[in-house]
Design a protein around this ligand. Structure first.
Ligand SMILES: O=C(O)c1cccc(C(=O)CC[C@H]2O[C@@H](n3cnc4c(=O)[nH]cnc43)[C@H](O)[C@@H]2O)c1
Length: 247
């Protein structure tokens, strides 16, 4: 099974490919995108139906729109080449909501991928896009895959919110936590990746490692190297799960 991994920025992409233990090949895609291809070795035996996955890792840009555009481009190119992906993974660093197990360096696997600021602000509060009669605001990764991925990586599971505007106050953090009980993390790309994957009928997974708490803005306190290290470790642990998983 070929897997498309979509990150926002190059350091996240490189954390993933480094975890796969080989120098990636470069594949040019339409629109100037470049996927980094790795074919991770795995010490486990090659049982029937357990082909080594090819991972194409794409840094598509920051935010849901960039993520959707990059993901859709890669999925379309693969479909045209008759080499479809069996899974799309949104991966990167993120903010952790105040909850057990979501401190800096923690791994979060999304049980739901939620567009948290897609909708309308009304006198009664936030109305999601679905309440306005449009589209969807949530995608659900396959539950079995979420369980297996969380088990292998030691992750917390919970909704991961996609926002176009990074939360920067305690009030907004509390508002989001109240609107999305159990929210574990926020980031800026998951829902865009999931929309593109859904349009192509491909399952999606989101995995985040926590670089900062969701709350008052303090960019200097983001622990990016620690979160990138955790992302690499999480992917190393995830590889056998991807290898064994069948849609
Ligand atoms: O400066 C660097 O070296 C560097 C390396 C890797 C990533 C970055 C980013 O700034 C990535 C932006 C990315 O981070 C996600 N993110 C992280 N924390 C939050 C948050 O609290 N709320 C929302 N998003 C967050 C997000 O997905 C962005 O794409 C820099």
């Amino acid at each position: 099974m070929n897997v498309l991994v979509v990150t926002a920025v190059a350091p996240e992409r490189d954390a993933v490919t480094r975890a796969c233990g080989e120098e990636p090949g470069r594949r040019a895609l339409p629109g100037g995108y470049e996927a980094h291809r790795v074919r991770p070795a795995d010490a486990a035996d090659d049982g029937p139906g357990q082909a080594l996955p090819v991972l194409d890792v794409l840094a598509a840009g920051v935010g849901p729109a960039a993520a959707a555009a990059g993901t859709a481009t890669a999925l379309t190119a693969a479909a045209v080449a008759d080499e479809p992906y069996g899974l799309v993974v949104s991966a990167g660093i993120g903010g952790g909501f105040a909850a057990p197990g979501t401190g800096t360096g923690a791994v979060v696997v999304a049980s739901a991928i939620v567009a948290a600021d897609l909708g309308a602000r009304t006198a009664e509060g936030f109305a999601p896009v679905t309440a306005l009669g449009f589209g969807t605001d949530t995608h659900h990764p396959p539950a079995g895959l979420v369980r297996a991925a969380a088990g292998a990586t030691g992750a917390v599971t919970g909704p991961v919110l996609t926002v176009s505007t990074v939360t920067g106050t305690a009030e907004r953090a509390a508002e989001l936590a109240a609107l999305h009980p159990g929210a574990a993390a926020e980031a800026m790309e998951g829902f865009g990746v999931a929309e593109a994957a859904a349009a192509h009928g491909v399952p999606v997974l989101e995995i985040r490692t926590v670089s900062n708490p969701v709350g008052p803005r303090d960019r200097a306190a983001w622990r990016i190297p620690e979160a990138l290290g955790a992302l690499g470790g999480a992917f190393e642990a995830l590889l056998p799960v991807l290898r064994a998983w069948k849609a």
